[in-house]
Design a protein around this ligand. Sequence first.
Ligand code: SF4
Length: 213
Amino acid sequence: MIETLPLSLLNDYIYCPRRAALKVTEGWRSANEHTHRGDIVHEHADLPGYEVAKGVTLLRALPVWSERLGLNGKCDIVEQHPDGSLFPVEFKLGKRRQWGNDDAQLCAQALCLEEMTGIAIPRGAIFHADSKRRREVEFTPGLRLSTESAIQALHSFSISNGERDGVRCGDAAIPPAVFKPACEECSLFEICLPKATAVDSRAARLSRDLFKT
Ligand code: SF4
C-alpha cells in the first residue's frame, strides 16, 4: 500500500517543489499575509456540516481520500445536485484568475470523490474570495493526466529519513531554490531566502569557491 499524502501538499508541490519539501521536512508553515487571509477565507468552509439551498445540498469540509493515488484531505464544499451529480468547490484568495496548482488540487479532489462514490465528476469550480466569483474548471483528460503525474512525482520524493505529519521526506530530497515571481507571495520566503540560496546565486558561487580543493 502506498503512503498517504495530504491533498494540500500537492498544491504546494506544483507551486514549488522546494516549498513542499521544506514544509514536510521542517514543518515550516511560516504565516504571511497570504496564509492569514487564506485561513479567514477557509473559516466558514472549514466547519463540517451541510446546508440546503435551492434544492442543492452543500457539504462543507467533506473528508476525501484515494487509496489508488495515496491521497487524503478535504473538500471545502461539495455540491450535491438533485440528479445526484457532485460538484467540488475550492475557496481561494485573490481575484478570478487561473493557477495551475489550484486546478490540479481541485482535480485531485474530484479523483478522490470519483473513487469513493463511483460517480463521474466532469467539472468543479474555484471560488475566488476577493472578486467573489467562481471559475469553472473542467476535468479534461489532459488535466487528469498532469494531476496524476504531479501526484506520482510528489510520492517519489517522499522517501527517506525524518517524519512529520505522517509524511516522510529526507533532507536530501529538498530541491534547490529557484527565484521566480511566485516567490514574492510565498509564506516561506524569509526562511527559504531564494535570492541568497539559489544554486546560481553569488553567495552559492562564493561558497563553492571557498571550499574548492
Ligand atoms: S520562496 Fe520561492 S523557491 Fe523558496 S519555497 Fe517559496 S516559492 Fe519556493
